[in-house]
Design a binder for this molecule. Structure first.
Ligand code: HEM
Length: 127
């Protein structure tokens, strides 16, 4: 049986595994090219650990607005429904390959809710 997501070290394993998938995928790779520089990837993974630590364990360590960079990104590199579906499906499979339990379930459910809000905000930009 796999363990549940319990701490920042677990979140780091998750986001690292997830980004390996995203950065090796033909549909998704172009969004993440800047992270082919190892220092920039590490810095970004630490931001994602802060974000998920806050979402799952209320750490208070992430105080930025996660929506904004995506709205800016979309202006340069349009993010479509297909990209969101692939992002979510890779996030879910990354969780399932490494962990199981209540927090793991929460992570997938929160990712989906946030992605839905992000998609709506992006679609409003296109009007
Ligand atoms: C297809 C969908 C998505 C794409 C292509 C994408 C891509 C990116 C990229 C390229 C960055 C770096 C932006 C920058 O530093 O300027 C980023 C940052 C981030 N993304 Fe996403 N993302 C997607 C969906 C999501 C979702 C659904 C979530 C949350 C559940 C999320 C959470 C974050 C967070 C927390 C950051 C860091 C923001 C910060 O610097 O404070 N992303 N994303």
């Amino acid at each position: 049986m796999k363990k549940d997501i319990e701490n920042r070290a677990d979140i780091y394993l998750l986001v690292k595994h997830f980004y390996t998938k995203l950065m090796n995928d033909d549909l998704m790779r172009h969004f993440f090219l800047e992270f082919s520089k190892p220092d920039l990837l590490e810095e970004h993974l630490q931001t994602l650990v802060d974000f998920w630590d806050n979402v799952l364990f209320y750490s208070g360590g992430y105080r930025k607005n996660a929506m904004l960079p995506h709205l800016t990104l979309h202006q340069k590199n349009p993010i479509s429904k297909k990209h969101f579906n692939t992002w979510l499906s890779m996030f879910n499979s990354s969780v399932d390959e490494l962990f199981e339990g209540e927090v793991s379930h929460q992570a997938k459910s929160r990712a989906q809710s946030i992605a839905i809000v992000m998609e709506i905000k992006i679609s409003e930009l296109n009007k």
